[in-house]
Design a protein around this ligand. Structure first.
Ligand code: URA
Length: 435
């Protein structure tokens, strides 16, 4: 076989065989197939697409390019969740302890933020001492003994995806549903997941801006799971406005703590309870989502989920004082609240602009490896549909550099749009996709 023939075949819109896909991915992972051929191939896939069989073969080939974790002897069912990423999405921080508190072990390998979208690891690392670099052996041991793990993606898992993603990032080949779906699912499968709840974000602050694209991505991932012998369910959720109020690492940890302690924004709490309910049903702990929801509400209201969050932080060497007294977490030097410029209904809180402002303040990175400032970010005080009285607090900026305030304020005012007529609140979820 020759790499060039496989590229030509895909360029001409033909279906690749399993053997061709495996040959290409193996050759690329080992370095025999150079980056320029892999880039051309990724572009051909972007333009010509792949059918479900090809996407599943690609997923499995990338999963098999590194270590494959087998959790079948570790937990009754290896349960995982994945969010396609958004602004203010601190769901994992609440949902993982919530599900574990209901008696279902959860082990999760998470990623860092890139661009306007935040990452779970960056958030957890704003808790002093919290380790996100567990070895695979430590991951397995903690999952077996504690039933709750949250760490970084091991570089030994699906390395072909890591290499391909870096290439896609600089060759304009990220927005391809076959490549996104196989990238996400290869990591989940390599990490040993047997049941996966996928939170596919749709809207201005998400990868997928429209519902049709999001639905296709969700259906593709759910089908891959099923062809690969895994269970999956996908929820299409709104990401036009930030989830909850806080955007920025420490700010989001505080909001997650508030939520685990029974406070927290209503939208974020409901989002977490719904995701947890689906995880409990998919993992067999609940007989239905309704049943799962009742269990999750009980775990949250009884304080059990908060206890599990403390256990997670403690076992991964994080500073318990910092979460028990979150005012001890790093604080930005400059904090300024901007009032609403008028009395009206809130028509839009543009999630991407809010996310980009947080990145500009230093909460995120524009390229891999950039340092981040845990303390900075934005808190929005209202949701789409709210009636806001002129002069009421609209948003609060947390900055380490006073010179950034003006630009942040301008962009955030632009992110909010107004209507004199009542505006429907945005839904939290659009659809549920099952296999
Ligand atoms: N997240 C991934 O892991 N891979 C993609 O291709 C896109 C988002």
């Amino acid at each position: 076989m020759r790499a060039v023939d496989i590229i030509i075949k895909k360029r001409d819109g033909q279906e690749l065989t399993k053997a061709e896909i495996e040959y290409f991915i193996k050759g690329f992972a080992s370095g025999e197939i150079p980056d320029y051929q892999a880039s051309a191939w990724a572009m051909a896939v972007l333009f010509k697409g792949m059918n479900l069989r090809e996407i599943t073969d690609l997923t499995l080939a990338m999963a098999a390019s590194g270590q494959m974790i087998d959790l079948s002897e570790v937990v009754p069912i290896a349960l995982d969740k994945h969010s396609t990423g958004g602004v203010g999405d601190k769901t994992t921080l609440v949902v993982e302890p919530l599900v574990a508190a209901c008696g279902l072990p959860v082990g999760k390998m998470s990623g860092r933020g890139l661009g306007f979208s935040g990452g779970t690891l960056d958030k957890m690392e704003s808790i002093p001492g919290f380790r996100t670099d567990l070895t695979i052996e430590e991951f397995i041991y903690q999952l077996r003994t504690v039933g709750l793990v949250l760490t970084g993606q091991s570089v030994d898992l699906a390395p072909a995806d890591g290499k391909l993603y870096a290439l896609r990032d600089v060759t304009g080949t990220v927005p391809s549903i076959p490549l996104i779906a196989s990238s996400i699912m290869s990591k989940k499968i390599a990490a040993g997941a047997q049941a996966i709840v996928l939170d596919v974000k749709i809207g201005l602050g998400a990868f997928m801006e429209n519902l049709d694209e999001g639905r296709t991505l969700a259906e593709t991932m759910v089908s891959i799971a099923s062809l690969a012998g895994r269970k999956a369910v996908a929820l299409l959720s709104d990401m036009n406005q930030p989830l909850g109020c806080a955007v920025g690492n420490v700010l989001e940890v505080k909001e997650a703590i508030d939520t685990l302690q029974g406070r927290g924004p209503a939208d974020f709490k409901e989002h977490c309870l719904t995701i947890a309910a689906h995880m409990l049903a998919l993992g067999g702990r609940a007989s239905s989502e309704e049943d799962g929801l009742a269990l999750a509400v009980e775990a949250l209201e009884s304080g059990k989920a908060w206890d599990y969050f403390r256990i997670l932080v403690d076992v991964q060497e994080g500073d318990l004082d910092a979460i028990d007294y979150p005012e001890q977490l790093p604080k930005a030097r400059w904090i300024e609240t901007t009032p609403a410029p008028r009395s009206a209904y809130l028509a839009k809180v543009h999630a991407r602009l809010v996310g980009e402002t947080a990145v500009m303040l230093g909460a995120g990175r524009t390229k891999k490896g950039d340092p981040i400032d845990p303390a900075v970010g934005v808190v929005v005080h209202h949701k789409v549909g709210d009636w806001v009285q002129g002069g009421q607090p609209l948003f609060t900026i947390h900055a380490s550099d006073a010179l950034q305030m003006g630009e942040a304020r301008r962009t955030l005012l632009e992110a909010h749009s107004w209507s004199d007529k009542p505006v429907q609140p945005l839904p939290l979820f659009y659809e549920v996709i099952r296999s």
